[in-house]
Every structure is written in C-alpha cells, then in structure tokens.
Ligand binder design. Structure first.
Ligand SMILES: [Zn+2]
Length: 310
C-alpha cells in the first residue's frame, strides 16, 4: 500500500506535463489526449481506445484484454492531439471509481465526506461526477441508487453525444477508506443530509474545521489577503474566475483561478492545484495548515465585516 502510494505520487512531481489548452470554451480539459493517456499510465491505470463521440470500444479490445499499457501504444492511439478517439481507463490493484449519476448526489457526499476523499482526483462526466480513489473496499458495500463503484470509465478529454468529460486536479488519494462510504450506504438519504447539516462527524477537530469552512468563505480570504485577485473575480453563478495570486511571475492575466462558491473550494487550472478555505489562507499567508486552523478558529484574523463573494 505504502509502496503504491509512493509510486503514485512520484510521477506527478517528475513528469509535470506540458499544459496544453485544447478548448477555449471554459471546459477544464487542458490536456491533449496523448498527455492524458500518459498521465493515466503514470498513475498505474491501463488505457482503452473508445470510438469517437461514444462509449463503444474499438474492435479487438473486447473484454479489455488489449488494454494499452505502454507510452508507445498510447502515442499510436492518442498521440495526434486532434484525434477524435475517446479514452477509457481501467483500474489496477485497489484503484476504483465512485460514479455519481448526478452532481446533486456528489455534492451531498462532498458536504459530509472527509476532505482527503473529496480532494482525491475528480472528473466531471457529461451528467455526473467520477471520484478516483484507491484502497480496500469494505465487504458487502451496498450503495444508494445513483451511485456505483466502477473499475472502468471514460475520462477527459472524451466526448459523448457532444458533451465533454472534464479533467480535474490533484492526485488519487490512496489509503484507508473509513467513513468514505458512510454517507453513500443504502441507509443514507441524500435529501436528509442536504437539509440537516448535523450529519455526525467522528471527531471534534472535524467539527471545528467544518465550522471554519462554514464561516469563512474563500472570497473573504481573497478580499483580505489577495485583494487584486478579489478585485478580478468575475462571473455570477456558482463558479467565479479570477487572476491567480500564486503564479511566480506575478499576477497572471488569464483568470486561471476559480472559486466554487457552493462548496467553498478554490483552484487554479494552470497549476492543477485546488483546495479549501483553510489551505487557501495558509498558502496566502505562508503558514502551515495547522497554524491556519488556529488563526481562523481563535484569532480575530478574519473577524470584522466580511464582504463575501462579489
Ligand atoms: Zn495559478
């Protein structure tokens, strides 16, 4: 398990891929098919070529016996960045995918699941969300309707019926899955969770962290510690974009930074980073996450009038 975790995190550092803008339609597919295929190989997945604009496998790949496992094979199928071929990934080892049929189901889970799960690599499918995780699945796991565990799924930049899969950020969380499924078990009702914020969390510390996350908004932290980014916020819906405060060359101009005002998360497309309000505060103030939690809980750092999202 630990070996696998190390293997998994290593390529992300050593093989930082060249970021290529494939679309300009505000979708999050910044990788060409060839780079996406390489990334999946480096994560320990196999890749399958899928017919354009569909979920149909190419002949010869039935039962997945001819899954692509080398960069040369992937280059053959996906190396041309204008290829229309779709791409599926096949899990190995303890990797698996939680397939949420709708964003509402995902959001209900993300509100109560531990951050280590919600920050694991996630993609948007045309109608729902895929969360990629790694670890031993509990025996007899029975999930609520609309949520499935999968070992094969299409990934970005695939397109089905004209709608893109959207690539996500970060790496796949490997490890202990305790509490990962509690909110998804057959006994759980997502509508109940959505209306009752009092879904029990196991530790006091988590209650305190949940308290910070509900009180302090990413936009508040930007307003106080990255005013230029705050001023550049645009958009009116759930997702706002802004000039990223973390680019070394100074303020960038492409609005790669985003905040999700519903889940109180942030990220930067250009750097493949994302996080919550606590590590946004930590990153902007040069503090550790633990110091950030202390500040946000016990000091008046964020006290006073708070402007919230523009
Ligand atoms: Zn950035």
């Amino acid at each position: 398990m630990t070996t696998k975790a190390q293997n998994k995190s290593a390529p992300a550092e050593t093989e930082a891929p060249e970021v290529t803008f494939r679309h300009h339609d505000n979708k999050q597919n910044y990788y060409t098919p060839g780079i996406a295929a390489r990334l999946w190989l480096s994560r320990g997945f196999d890749v399958l070529p899928i017919q354009p604009n569909s979920k149909r496998i190419f002949s010869g790949f039935g039962q997945y016996q001819n899954r692509l496992r080398t960069i040369a094979e992937c280059v053959h199928w996906f190396g041309n960045e204008h290829t229309k071929n779709n791409m599926a990934v096949v899990c190995n080892g303890e990797d698996f995918i939680i397939d949420f049929d709708s964003f509402e189901l995902y959001a209900a889970w993300a509100k109560v699941a531990d951050e280590k799960f919600t920050l694991s690599y996630t993609e948007y499918s045309p109608r729902g969300v895929h969360v990629f995780l790694c670890g031993p699945l509990p025996a007899g796991l029975k999930l609520i309707s609309g949520v499935e565990i999968k070992r094969v799924c299409l990934v970005a930049p695939s397109v089905v019926n004209g709608v893109s899969y959207e690539s996500g950020f970060g790496e796949i969380f490997p490890g202990e899955l305790t509490n990962c499924f509690s909110s998804l078990s057959a006994l759980f009702s997502p509508s109940a969770a959505a209306t009752s914020p009092a879904v029990a969390r196991p530790h006091n510390q988590n209650d305190l962290i949940a308290d910070i996350k509900s009180r302090v908004l990413c936009a508040d932290v930007l307003w106080k510690f990255a005013p230029k980014t705050y001023e550049s916020l645009r958009g009116a819906g759930r997702f706002r974009s802004a000039r990223c405060p973390f680019h070394k060359a100074g303020m960038e101009v492409k609005h790669s930074f985003w905040i999700d005002t519903e889940l109180n998360l942030w990220g930067c497309h250009a750097e493949s980073i994302r996080g919550d309000v606590i590590n946004l505060y930590a990153k902007l103030t040069g503090k550790t996450n633990t110091e950030a939690i202390k500040d946000l809980l016990f000091s008046s750092t964020m006290a006073g009038p708070i402007r919230g999202p523009k």
